[in-house]
Design a binder for this molecule. Structure first.
Ligand SMILES: [Fe+2]
Ligand SMILES: [Fe+2]
Length: 170
Protein backbone atom coordinates (compact mmCIF):
# COMPACT_ATOMS: atom_id res chain seq x y z
CA UNK A 1 0.00 0.00 0.00
CA UNK A 2 1.22 3.44 -0.93
CA UNK A 3 1.60 5.97 1.85
CA UNK A 4 1.60 3.18 4.43
CA UNK A 5 4.07 5.04 6.64
CA UNK A 6 1.87 8.12 6.65
CA UNK A 7 -1.14 6.01 7.63
CA UNK A 8 0.80 4.33 10.45
CA UNK A 9 1.85 7.79 11.70
CA UNK A 10 -1.80 8.94 11.79
CA UNK A 11 -2.86 5.78 13.59
CA UNK A 12 -0.07 6.27 16.13
CA UNK A 13 -1.01 9.90 16.70
CA UNK A 14 -4.62 8.87 17.29
CA UNK A 15 -3.53 6.03 19.57
CA UNK A 16 -1.53 8.45 21.75
CA UNK A 17 -4.59 10.73 21.92
CA UNK A 18 -6.77 7.80 23.01
CA UNK A 19 -4.31 6.68 25.71
CA UNK A 20 -4.18 10.24 27.01
CA UNK A 21 -7.99 10.52 27.09
CA UNK A 22 -8.34 7.16 28.80
CA UNK A 23 -5.89 8.30 31.52
CA UNK A 24 -7.46 11.74 31.83
CA UNK A 25 -10.99 10.42 32.18
CA UNK A 26 -9.95 7.65 34.56
CA UNK A 27 -8.37 10.28 36.78
CA UNK A 28 -11.53 12.41 36.63
CA UNK A 29 -13.64 9.37 37.43
CA UNK A 30 -11.71 8.93 40.69
CA UNK A 31 -12.03 12.62 41.55
CA UNK A 32 -15.78 12.68 40.82
CA UNK A 33 -16.22 9.50 42.85
CA UNK A 34 -14.30 11.12 45.74
CA UNK A 35 -16.71 14.05 45.63
CA UNK A 36 -19.60 11.57 45.69
CA UNK A 37 -21.04 12.52 42.29
CA UNK A 38 -21.63 8.85 41.50
CA UNK A 39 -23.58 9.20 38.29
CA UNK A 40 -21.00 11.54 36.76
CA UNK A 41 -18.15 9.29 37.94
CA UNK A 42 -19.83 6.24 36.40
CA UNK A 43 -20.32 7.80 32.97
CA UNK A 44 -16.82 9.27 32.85
CA UNK A 45 -15.46 5.81 33.74
CA UNK A 46 -17.44 4.19 30.92
CA UNK A 47 -16.16 6.81 28.48
CA UNK A 48 -12.57 6.13 29.65
CA UNK A 49 -13.18 2.45 28.81
CA UNK A 50 -14.45 3.42 25.33
CA UNK A 51 -11.20 5.32 24.80
CA UNK A 52 -9.15 2.32 25.91
CA UNK A 53 -10.99 0.19 23.37
CA UNK A 54 -10.20 2.80 20.72
CA UNK A 55 -6.51 2.67 21.66
CA UNK A 56 -6.58 -1.15 21.38
CA UNK A 57 -8.30 -1.05 17.97
CA UNK A 58 -5.78 1.49 16.66
CA UNK A 59 -2.87 -0.57 17.98
CA UNK A 60 -4.22 -3.69 16.28
CA UNK A 61 -4.54 -1.82 12.97
CA UNK A 62 -0.99 -0.48 13.34
CA UNK A 63 0.24 -4.07 13.80
CA UNK A 64 -1.71 -5.23 10.74
CA UNK A 65 0.12 -2.60 8.70
CA UNK A 66 3.48 -3.73 10.10
CA UNK A 67 3.98 -0.78 12.45
CA UNK A 68 4.73 -0.57 16.15
CA UNK A 69 1.85 0.53 18.43
CA UNK A 70 2.72 3.45 20.68
CA UNK A 71 2.59 3.55 24.46
CA UNK A 72 2.98 7.33 24.55
CA UNK A 73 0.41 9.81 25.78
CA UNK A 74 -0.33 12.69 23.39
CA UNK A 75 -0.03 15.16 26.27
CA UNK A 76 0.06 15.50 30.05
CA UNK A 77 -2.80 14.57 32.39
CA UNK A 78 -4.47 17.56 34.05
CA UNK A 79 -5.14 17.01 37.74
CA UNK A 80 -7.03 18.84 40.47
CA UNK A 81 -9.72 20.31 38.22
CA UNK A 82 -12.78 21.95 39.75
CA UNK A 83 -15.96 20.01 39.08
CA UNK A 84 -17.24 22.80 36.83
CA UNK A 85 -14.03 22.78 34.76
CA UNK A 86 -14.13 19.08 33.94
CA UNK A 87 -17.01 18.98 31.47
CA UNK A 88 -16.16 21.89 29.17
CA UNK A 89 -12.56 20.60 29.20
CA UNK A 90 -13.64 17.11 28.14
CA UNK A 91 -16.07 18.43 25.52
CA UNK A 92 -13.14 20.31 23.98
CA UNK A 93 -10.99 17.14 24.00
CA UNK A 94 -13.72 15.32 22.11
CA UNK A 95 -14.11 18.16 19.62
CA UNK A 96 -10.39 18.04 18.91
CA UNK A 97 -10.52 14.26 18.43
CA UNK A 98 -13.46 14.60 16.01
CA UNK A 99 -11.58 17.25 14.05
CA UNK A 100 -8.38 15.18 13.85
CA UNK A 101 -10.16 11.91 12.98
CA UNK A 102 -12.24 13.57 10.27
CA UNK A 103 -9.01 14.65 8.62
CA UNK A 104 -7.37 11.22 9.17
CA UNK A 105 -10.42 9.38 7.75
CA UNK A 106 -10.36 11.57 4.67
CA UNK A 107 -6.63 10.98 4.10
CA UNK A 108 -6.90 7.21 4.67
CA UNK A 109 -9.67 7.05 2.08
CA UNK A 110 -7.56 9.07 -0.37
CA UNK A 111 -4.68 6.66 0.24
CA UNK A 112 -7.00 3.71 -0.41
CA UNK A 113 -6.99 2.34 3.14
CA UNK A 114 -10.70 1.69 3.67
CA UNK A 115 -10.18 -0.29 6.86
CA UNK A 116 -8.36 2.52 8.68
CA UNK A 117 -10.83 5.09 7.26
CA UNK A 118 -13.74 3.03 8.60
CA UNK A 119 -12.07 2.74 12.00
CA UNK A 120 -11.66 6.52 12.21
CA UNK A 121 -15.28 7.04 11.10
CA UNK A 122 -16.57 4.63 13.71
CA UNK A 123 -14.54 6.43 16.37
CA UNK A 124 -15.91 9.81 15.20
CA UNK A 125 -19.43 8.54 15.98
CA UNK A 126 -18.34 7.47 19.46
CA UNK A 127 -16.51 10.76 20.12
CA UNK A 128 -19.64 12.62 19.02
CA UNK A 129 -21.66 10.75 21.66
CA UNK A 130 -18.99 11.52 24.26
CA UNK A 131 -19.07 15.17 23.20
CA UNK A 132 -22.87 15.26 23.51
CA UNK A 133 -22.72 13.86 27.04
CA UNK A 134 -19.95 16.19 28.27
CA UNK A 135 -21.56 19.21 26.69
CA UNK A 136 -25.03 18.36 28.12
CA UNK A 137 -23.62 18.04 31.63
CA UNK A 138 -21.76 21.33 31.18
CA UNK A 139 -24.96 23.08 30.06
CA UNK A 140 -26.95 21.64 32.98
CA UNK A 141 -24.30 22.82 35.43
CA UNK A 142 -24.33 26.27 33.86
CA UNK A 143 -28.11 26.65 33.71
CA UNK A 144 -29.21 24.76 36.84
CA UNK A 145 -26.08 24.93 38.97
CA UNK A 146 -26.44 23.54 42.45
CA UNK A 147 -29.98 22.26 41.87
CA UNK A 148 -28.60 19.89 39.22
CA UNK A 149 -25.50 18.94 41.19
CA UNK A 150 -27.55 18.39 44.34
CA UNK A 151 -29.62 15.82 42.49
CA UNK A 152 -26.44 13.94 41.51
CA UNK A 153 -24.76 14.00 44.93
CA UNK A 154 -24.77 10.56 46.50
CA UNK A 155 -25.94 8.73 43.34
CA UNK A 156 -24.47 5.32 42.54
CA UNK A 157 -21.16 5.02 40.67
CA UNK A 158 -21.82 1.36 39.90
CA UNK A 159 -21.11 0.44 36.27
CA UNK A 160 -21.61 -3.26 36.71
CA UNK A 161 -18.58 -5.13 35.42
CA UNK A 162 -17.47 -4.03 31.96
CA UNK A 163 -16.41 -7.03 29.88
CA UNK A 164 -12.78 -8.16 30.15
CA UNK A 165 -10.72 -11.36 30.29
CA UNK A 166 -12.17 -12.66 33.52
CA UNK A 167 -15.55 -10.99 33.36
CA UNK A 168 -17.16 -12.18 30.12
CA UNK A 169 -20.84 -11.50 30.61
CA UNK A 170 -22.21 -8.01 31.02
FE1 LIG B 1 -11.75 7.74 21.51
FE1 LIG C 1 -14.08 10.20 23.28
Amino acid sequence: MENKDKIIEMLKKAMAMEIQSAHQYMHQHFELDDQDFGELAKNVKLIAIDEMRHAEALGERIKELGGEPTSQLAGPIVKGQELKEIFPFDAKEEEEAIKAYTEFAKLCREYGDTISANLFEEMIEHEQEHYNYFSNVDQHIQSLGDAYLGRLAGTSADTGKPKGFVVKDK
